[in-house]
Design a protein around this ligand. Structure first.
Ligand code: F6P
Length: 357
């Protein structure tokens, strides 16, 4: 069978491992042939392709990024864009398409499936916010990078008696902030799911310092929200006004605003660090290489079981097949168990200072 493959949306460590697994199993076990559509949906829309065979996937397992490149192009936004994608698939003789991406990319895959295209999806995002799957690949790598950064700012915060705010990615959900905050021993974790009161954040830090700790680490997801709005605090959490093809604003800015407000309210010298794309770059962790490989193998098997309009998903330790519709239905929020773990380990507001002194 001839199969098209593309990677869409923000890149993510492990994309190459998925591509490699698809191509290797497809070639060795099913005698498939592949066409690589470049730069996400843009490649399918504008007919930009590359050869995709065993030689193109040699040595790519540990490499970050994606050999197919990526973009946030949305063909549904272009006149006749989706029809053009169907035409280009036919032009290359592709009987099926494997789309590797997050909710935006997979929402386009679902639209094409509804038009009769034989599509299989693979879940990708460092944010880990796709429904229907326990983990997306790339998340573990991002958490490791963020945790390493938190470890590093710990020592400098301690040396200078400072509060350091670490801003991590996480547009709609705080998975990276929560995991790296727990793993890095953060003192405050702020996530989009739970809008925060800056007075309470300041009080927690004051309380900690009154206990004799003279530095603090705050981890904030880029999408974390001041309960009364960031504008009231002289900041902004978006960069510019432009939106991408899927309507998303560029987030950024909560870290510096938080640091300024914490310093103002507590009198403790504060700094901020924005990790940004460092979390998306570089080599995938061993966990993500294995998970991405399993997703790739799952996807090519699904193609040969005619499981169209479905996505490979991880449930427990099994790769299963779920409808694309389920994966894109809603954004996956940090679940209660993990939130409870984060809350359980953090200082409690109003903790009696005398208990510990
Ligand atoms: O969707 C994943 C993500 O990493 C978000 O956490 C972040 O807001 C966004 O991508 C950044 O996208 P870009 O690379 O297009 O600026």
């Amino acid at each position: 069978m001839k199969i098209g493959v593309l990677t869409g949306g923000g890149d993510c460590p492990g994309l190459n491992a998925v591509i490699r697994a698809v191509v290797r199993k497809g070639t060795f076990h099913y005698e498939d042939e592949f066409v690589g559509f470049m730069e996400g949906w843009r490649g399918l829309l504008e007919d930009k392709t590359m050869e995709l065979g065993l030689s193109s996937v040699g040595g790519i397992l540990p490499r970050g990024g994606t050999i197919l490149r990526t973009s946030r192009t949305n063909p549904a936004k272009k006149p006749d864009g989706l029809q053009q994608c169907v035409t280009n698939l036919k032009k290359h003789g592709c009987e099926a398409l494997i789309a590797i991406g997050g909710d935006d990319t997979l929402s386009v895959a679902k639209k094409l499936f509804d038009m009769g295209v034989k599509v299989v999806g693979v879940p990708k995002t460092i944010d880990n916010d796709l429904s229907g799957t326990d983990y997306t690949f790339g998340f573990d790598t991002a958490v490791n990078i963020a945790t390493g950064a938190i470890d590093r700012v710990h020592t400098t915060a301690e040396a200078h008696n400072r509060v350091i705010v670490v801003e991590v990615m996480g547009r709609d959900s705080g998975w990276i902030a929560t995991y790296s905050g727990i793993a890095g021993g953060a003192d405050v974790i702020l996530i989009p799911e739970v809008p925060f009161d800056i007075e309470q954040v300041a009080e927690l830090i004051r309380q900690r310092h009154a206990r004799g700790r003279y530095f603090s680490i705050v981890v904030a997801a880029e999408g974390a929200k001041f309960a009364d709005g960031i504008e009231k605090h002289g900041g902004a959490s978006v960069l510019g006004e432009g939106r991408d093809d899927f309507g998303h604003l560029r987030l950024g800015g909560i870290g510096p605003t938080l640091a300024a407000e914490i310093e103002k309210l507590t009198g403790f010298e504060s700094r901020s660090v924005v990790l940004g794309h460092i979390q998306r770059g570089g080599s995938p962790s061993a966990f993500d290489r294995v998970l991405a490989t399993r997703y790739g193998l799952g996807a090519i098997d699904m193609v040969h079981r005619d499981e169209w309009g479905q996505m490979a998903a991880l449930r427990g330790n099994k790769i299963i097949s779920i409808p694309l519709a389920e994966a894109i239905a809603s954004n996956r929020k940090v679940d209660k168990e993990i939130l409870d773990a984060a809350i359980g380990i953090l200082d409690k507001l109003d903790y009696k200072v005398s208990k510990n002194s």
